[in-house]
Design a protein around this ligand. Sequence first.
Ligand SMILES: Nc1ncnc2c1ncn2[C@@H]1O[C@H](COP(=O)(O)OP(=O)(O)OP(=O)(O)O)[C@@H](O)[C@H]1O
Ligand SMILES: [Mg+2]
Length: 308
Amino acid sequence: MSLRPQNLSIKALKIKMPPPTPLAPVVAVLNMKGGVGKTTVSAHLMRHLFERLHKSTLLVDFDPQFNLSQTVLSRSRYESLRDKGTTVATIMEPMPSTSLFKITTNLGPPPDEDQVSTTLFRFGSSGKTLALVPGHFGLSKYSLITDQQSLTPIRQRFLNFIENSRKTRDLVCIDCNPSSSFMTLCALMASTHILIPVRPDRYSILGLQLLDQFISELAQLTKKPKLIILLNGMKLSNSTEIAVETSLRSDAKFGPMVLGNTLRFSGLLAADDNYVGFATDKKVAHVSALKTRLSKITDELKGHLGWQ
Ligand SMILES: Nc1ncnc2c1ncn2[C@@H]1O[C@H](COP(=O)(O)OP(=O)(O)OP(=O)(O)O)[C@@H](O)[C@H]1O
Ligand SMILES: [Mg+2]
């Protein structure tokens, strides 16, 4: 005798599952050229985006120089986190790291996010946070190791970590270092989007061509990330910069990738050794103009990240 109620077919018994939540975008802030504003954009644009759009955001300081961490954390807070292993180095290899020239074998799964990140800001009681995985100088060892093949498991551990974060966060942002290296490859393979800050100088298009070629020729990249270009450090009424901007915007390939809004030069964003934290928290008159600009860029970026 059947135990199934007479009038219920198997089809009717099937539970309707909600559609799977899409994975968060991963934005690598990258340019092979140094000093173009990668760290400034990672810190200030992402903080502003967090406040404006309330997106739970994870910042990863992926530069051995760890300028992002130095910008937003006091020295004592950074050192205490580093001593507990709360840095990006623990994503790559478990603590303690063996030596500058040896890498750990039998890596195991990547750490949970709360083992390697520190919360910078919370949005009310929503549970949405802006958190940072602090950087670590020790990452420079990956550029010294000649047997790049031996680094494949480390790259995979990093990719697994980012993939896990995509399930719990709304956005992951990776502040990259300028040299093309093992770390650049890790960031490119992890990212869905590449945000490229560009200074309006005559070599900027050359740098973009190089990056674009690098990405298209990289065999490991099965899914190419989307490129987004942000002009940074523009000064009003500088004729050379205006000419560079015009030629970049009219470039058949790169023009459509350039955001309409630019991040202008701002004295608030210029390095200040005596200040730790976000420039937009400074109690000075120019902050509102900077925030307005960051809002415009954020709103434009929103569309590129599929949030409209
Ligand atoms: N829009 C801006 N207005 C004023 N100063 C800026 C602006 N953007 C960046 N800077 C300054 O330019 C310098 C380089 O910026 P930043 O460190 O962000 O570049 P980077 O690309 O991360 O450099 P690196 O390649 O060394 O990692 C810093 O002193 C920063 O304060
Ligand atoms: Mg930097």
